[in-house]
Design a protein around this ligand. Structure first.
Ligand code: FES
Ligand code: FES
Length: 172
């Protein structure tokens, strides 16, 4: 029987423990052990960004991170972005601006965009495109995505968001 390893971490502001195999990726642990299925497996090898989560505030491809590397770390996933039943401005702007279609890539885009806006509330178009360069979408254009992030940045600067409110849900 394969030995399972205990991992203790923080996910979307809440303590989380899980067991995993040494070879398991963080993406697999999130989806299969913790039932957080918002992060998607597109390519499984670091090319598409569909599996993006934040690890210690930095966006990472969770298909390239081992689950055991989450020990003691702070992880944020798409499930933790909304607050008190309110969509984050970047989610709202994707909806309003029709910046998404099939949704496989969308969670990764949203997490990567939020990571940028957390650090830089007034990114240039070039900075947005640079940040999102690791996220691929094959069914919509990139311009609407960039415009949605620009509009979300504008709303955030106008004070449209309370980051300290409770995460809306842990399940998607
Ligand atoms: S599934 Fe991780 S980068 Fe594509
Ligand atoms: S909407 Fe992104 S791959 Fe389809």
């Amino acid at each position: 029987m394969t030995k399972r390893i205990h991992v203790s971490t923080t996910i979307n502001g809440e303590h989380a423990d899980f067991l995993c195999e040494a070879r398991q990726t963080l993406l697999e642990a999130l989806r299969d052990e913790l039932h957080l299925t918002g992060a998607k497996e597109g390519c499984g090898n670091g090319n598409c960004g569909a599996c993006t989560v934040m690890l210690e505030g930095v966006p990472v491809n969770s298909c390239l991170v081992l689950a055991v590397e989450a020990e003691g770390a702070r992880i944020e996933t798409i499930e933790g972005i909304a607050r008190d039943s309110r969509l984050h401005p970047v989610q709202q702007c994707f909806l309003e601006g029709a910046a998404l279609q099939c949704g496989v890539c969308t969670p990764g885009y949203l997490v990567a965009a939020k990571a940028l806006l957390d650090k830089n509330p007034n990114p240039s178009e070039q900075e947005i495109r640079f940040q999102l360069a690791g996220n691929l979408c094959r069914c919509t254009g990139y311009d609407k995505i960039v415009q949605a992030v620009q509009e979300a940045a504008r709303r955030l600067r106008a004070g449209a968001w309370d980051e300290s409110a409770s995460p809306a849900t842990q399940e998607v």
